[in-house]
Design a protein around this ligand. Structure first.
Ligand code: HAM
Length: 427
């Protein structure tokens, strides 16, 4: 019986990897330009990291975590997201003593036991980043502008961010009280999970995806209309900053995000091309998170973007990326002497960073040539006693069928230009 990949996981096959690499390289490049350094965190953490970080009333912690005891009985969880792990690492590695803001980006796999559907998987990839140490709304705007720049660099020119503010420990308790009062009168119509968590964290009901809950919360009071002075000022300055740098935005009172650590700014980039939830990228400020991990009071803000959803958006828009695939040579050999020489040249060329292969399947010369054609090599070169004696070979361009003569010593010195094309000696 054939074993299949687990539900909600996907193979990324060689034919698709070019797109992934292109996007990841663009992301690395843009993060570098904006002053972010890469961090790599563990795939699994002690479960407490997420209970404390993400919050025990969230869908993620209540329903979606891959949690198991390890062989020594410790509770381990596969990371459902990156922020909690990065915050844990920030505190554990004393990054609070570094000059602020500390700007970190990441490219991770994440795991959530979700109902699998379009754009929603159980293993997925996130490109994300976190900035620690700045309370200034300018950094909120800078992060949003980074996402816009990233989208723009991929050909998504009209991305519009939706922003909201979900307050802070000063204004949220009063709002929660009002919201609870509003919701208590509607408890019959609520989904069982919300009627249970409503008391502890009524904001989660606003984020609930169940239709009945959505209908109820449509008329609920909005946090943005009940912000304290500091949060209101933060939100106003954020908007000024976005206008100043020319970033288009919309205010969406319904964005509360599905994780408990957020304070003040929250934002999302949505699209109808990426499944029912439609969020490609989500993020926000979390000014209390570092303290929850035992660190000094340190504001923070970040986002994460789902790679699979980003690719769905790119496909829906029929965006194609320039290929930076390096041209490859197949060195076929005609006889024993040619085989020896081909293996040697092959190694020399590889040391010179040229993509090249020889036969390793004991194929006849005819089959080697057929293989080179079928496998899509760009150039074919045949080596045998004659070529060794004349110290030169002919190279066939498999697409144009053009043939060029080149000395074996020149062959070993070939180089690429920055588009991955071979620079030929006479070029
Ligand atoms: P999140 O909204 O839970 O936020 O996830 C961020 C992005 O990950 C989503 O917008 C979506 O594109 C992608 N995503 C989430 N779940 C799935 C899934 N099951 N299948 C495919 N893609 C998915 C966070 O994770 C926060 N840590 C973001 C953040 C960073 N906030 C501050 N810093």
């Amino acid at each position: 019986m054939k074993i299949k990949a687990p539900k909600g996981t996907r193979d990324i096959l060689p034919e698709d990897i070019g797109k992934w690499r292109y996007i990841e390289e663009k992301y690395n490049e843009i993060c570098d330009i904006f002053g972010y350094s890469e961090i790599r965190i563990p795939t699994f953490e002690n479960t407490q990291v997420f209970i404390r970080g993400v919050g025990d009333t969230t869908d993620i912690v209540q329903k979606e975590m891959y949690t198991f005891p390890d062989k020594a009985g410790r509770s381990i969880t596969l990371r459902p997201e990156g922020t909690a792990g990065v915050a844990r690492s920030f505190v554990e590695n004393g990054m609070g003593s570094l000059p602020s803001p500390v700007k970190l980006f990441y490219n991770i796999t994440a795991f959530r036991y979700e109902n699998v559907q379009k754009g929603r998987y159980r293993e997925f990839r996130q490109l994300g980043l976190e900035a620690f140490g700045s309370k200034n709304p300018a950094i909120d705007a800078e992060i949003i502008s980074l996402v816009c720049r990233f989208f723009d660099s991929l050909g998504i020119k009209d991305a519009c961010v939706k922003i909201n503010s979900i307050g802070c420990p000063v204004c949220r308790p009063e709002y929660n009280k009002n919201l609870k009062e509003f919701l208590s009168s509607q408890i019959e119509g609520m989904c069982p999970q919300c009627s249970e968590r409503m008391d502890k964290n009524p904001l989660r009901v606003i984020d609930c995806k169940e239709i009945e809950c959505k209908r109820i919360t449509e008329k609920a009071p909005a946090l943005i209309d009940n912000l304290c002075g500091e949060c209101k000022e933060h939100f106003d300055i954020l908007q000024d900053e976005l206008v100043n740098i020319g970033i288009e935005y919309e205010i969406d009172k319904n964005i509360v995000r599905g994780l408990d650590y957020y304070t003040k700014t929250v934002f999302e980039f949505v699209s109808e091309n990426v499944g029912t939830q439609g969020t490609i990228c989500g993020g926000g400020r979390y000014d209390g998170l570092i303290e929850q991990f035992g660190g000094p009071p340190t504001p923070g803000i970040g986002f994460a973007l789902g790679m699979e959803r980003l690719l769905m958006e790119i496909e829906a828009r029929e965006i194609s990326f320039p290929s930076c695939e390096k041209k490859a040579i197949f060195l076929a050999f005609a006889d024993k002497a040619g085989e020896k020489e081909a293996k040697k040249i092959c190694f020399d060329l590889r040391c010179n960073s040229i993509k090249v292969q020889t036969d390793s399947m004991n194929r006849s010369l005819k089959s080697q040539i057929k293989f080179a054609d079928k496998a899509g090599y760009n150039y074919l070169c045949v080596i045998g006693e004659t070529e060794i004696k004349s110290k030169s070979v002919s190279i066939k361009d498999m697409q144009t069928k053009e043939i060029r003569e080149i000395g074996i010593s020149d062959l070993c010195k070939l180089k690429y230009n920055n588009r991955g094309d071979i620079i030929w000696p006479k070029d």
